[in-house]
Design a protein around this ligand. Structure first.
Ligand SMILES: [Zn+2]
Length: 217
């Protein structure tokens, strides 16, 4: 991708869109009502809309290194709050991907400076699932499993947010955990597997993270 060709590409894209629908941009300017919030990795190979076949206006997107929702990260928390409380999305998707550089970096014991606090969130996931991960002898499979478990833990982090809990209870908001396989282009839905494994811990999770409903008025 040559940066000098971008504005030419843009003109061509506008012409293509208008040829399909002369009111395309008029409709786009009217506002957005996406049903899905997608939280994915910043990796240039894992685009949000293309891999789902979605059009502009259909998906609210947040991307960062290794699709994390840390407890104190105002950026991702603000995106989730806006999407859930104001746009009233019906689904929150956390999508990880195999061959994720962020996950790989977290598995190596290297000091990466300013990246350390961010990657520490992934190392926490490794620590939580240490027994399962260390029992996997094949390094590639262990790396893949950490990608999957990271998605599971980030789904849980989404569920810790009171606005999300309210939306789950009051309007059936659902949380989905996916993995994108860059080797095949396939999207894999791990929601069921995670739901089963979290079921075992559900009461503990509810005891610790579920906020009391606001009855003040
Ligand atoms: Zn990644």
């Amino acid at each position: 991708m040559n940066i000098n060709s971008i504005f030419e590409n843009n003109k061509e894209w506008i012409a293509r869109q208008l040829a399909l629908d002369k009111d395309y941009f008029t409709h786009l300017a009217e506002g957005q009502s996406p049903e899905i919030l997608y939280i994915g990795c910043s990796d240039s190979r894992v685009t949000a809309e293309e891999l789902m076949g979605a059009e502009p206006g259909e998906i609210f997107v947040h991307r960062n290194i290794a699709n994390l929702i840390p407890n104190t990260d105002l950026n991702s928390r603000s995106v989730i709050d806006y999407a859930v409380s104001h746009l009233k999305v019906k689904h929150v998707v956390v999508c990880g991907h195999y061959h994720c550089g962020g996950i790989k970096a977290a598995m190596e014991n290297e000091n990466l400076g300013i990246l350390n606090p961010w990657l520490g969130n992934i190392r926490d996931v490794y620590r939580l699932h240490y027994k399962e991960l260390n029992a996997i002898e094949d390094t590639d499979r262990r790396y893949e499993r950490l990608v999957e478990l990271n998605v599971a833990e980030q789904c849980l982090n989404v569920g810790k947010i009171p606005e999300v809990q309210d939306a789950i209870i009051n309007r059936n908001l659902s949380i989905h955990g996916w993995v994108f396989d860059v080797r095949t282009g396939q999207l894999i839905d791990l929601t069921k597997e995670f739901a089963n494994s979290f079921q075992i811990r559900a009461q503990k999770i509810a005891d610790i993270y579920l906020f009391k409903p606001d009855t003040s008025g």
